[in-house]
Design a protein around this ligand. Structure first.
Ligand code: PMP
Length: 322
């Protein structure tokens, strides 16, 4: 779907995937006005195909557009575009545990203009690709980034824009060089509080049975999986407390047994147990560092059973497409 000031949103069409042709002076190539979403379509046991809380992705996409000074795509057009692509690509939706059709709606500015101002022309596109589990079973290891932060107050941390990821790639590479699977970012001001990971939110299980997760303060992404788990855990009788988590206290608490489990959550990662956190000063292990804990496994099952259409959808989150 295209946007310009004269025609508004127009020219909606589905085509076979092909290269895009844009002018070398297209604004996105110079000023980075680009936003995206990550969603999945799941095939249920009876063959139906459904997405999960797509309205939340549409709303977050609109909020990201607003933050980036871009044209705001009406949420009904976003939802219609995603559903239409899934219907056309329905034979590509795999079945089985951890399998889904990954959906990537995104928008770029595409005005031919060199000059720093919000563009007046945009292009919204959805592409799709079958995927399996992001991480294998077992636990992931996480590197705490002390050299780089992801987002400052007043910045774009809450928007799902490509620029946020551009700035975090070097930290992800550092984490890999340290032998870890993922990176954990701290707050930009003091480098003292846990924020989120490269592409997922993070939660910790305490020995009092509660789960803690960093609050939404404008610098982390409003994860839809995060929000879903807060509500699903409450329905299971587990309270999720949204509060600041000090990194030093977390390392001490992991050693003393105050923090017993940790996990990452997001559309791609679903719920991925974390075995250990590492930083230059040492390592924090959750449990034995390699075996996922019972709370993580239980919540993962609750979430994936719901997404796969195997349990009652009490929150009305499952959106049937086919
Ligand atoms: N934080 C970041 C930086 C992410 O890229 C993602 C993935 N979209 C998340 C958190 C989790 O968000 P969601 O659960 O909506 O996928």
């Amino acid at each position: 779907i295209r946007y310009n000031e004269a025609d508004g949103w127009h020219d909606a069409k589905v085509t076979a995937r092909r290269p895009l042709s844009i002018d070398p002076a297209s604004t996105v190539l110079h000023y980075g006005q680009e936003i995206f979403e990550g969603m999945k379509a799941y095939r249920g046991e009876d063959g139906h195909i459904a997405s999960f809380r797509p309205q939340a992705n549409a709303a977050r996409f609109a909020a990201s557009a607003q933050r980036m000074g871009m044209a705001v795509l009406p949420e009904n057009l976003f939802l219609q575009a995603v559903d239409e692509l899934v219907k056309i690509d329905q034979d590509w939706v795999p079945s089985g545990e951890g399998q889904s059709l990954y959906l990537r709606p995104f928008m770029i500015s595409n005005e031919v203009f060199l000059g720093v101002k919000p563009a007046t022309e945009y292009l919204f596109i959805v592409i799709a690709c079958p995927v399996g589990a992001y991480f294998g079973s077992g636990c992931v290891s996480v590197w705490v980034s002390e050299n780089y932060t992801r987002a400052a107050i007043g910045g774009t941390g809450e928007a799902k824009c490509g620029g946020n990821y551009a700035g975090s790639l070097v930290a992800q590479a550092e984490s890999k060089a340290q032998g870890c699977d993922q990176v954990l970012f701290l707050d930009a001001r003091e480098r003292r509080f846990v924020e989120e990971m490269g592409g997922m939110n993070v939660m910790f299980v305490r020995n009092d049975g509660k789960i803690v997760t960093p609050p939404l303060g404008g610098t982390i992404l409003r994860g839809i999986t995060r929000d879903s788990l807060i509500k699903l855990a409450a329905a299971e009788g587990v309270e999720v407390v949204e509060e600041q988590i000090e990194i030093d206290e977390l390392f001490e608490g992991a050693a003393s047994g105050k923090y017993v489990e940790a996990f990452a959550c997001g559309t791609a990662a679903v719920l991925s147990p974390i075995g250990s956190l590492r930083r230059p000063a040492g390592e924090a292990k959750f449990g034995d560092g390699t075996t996922p804990g019972p709370v993580s496994l239980r919540l993962k099952k609750v979430l994936t059973d719901l997404q796969g259409g195997r349990t009652n959808d009490a929150f009305n989150w499952v959106h049937r497409i086919v």
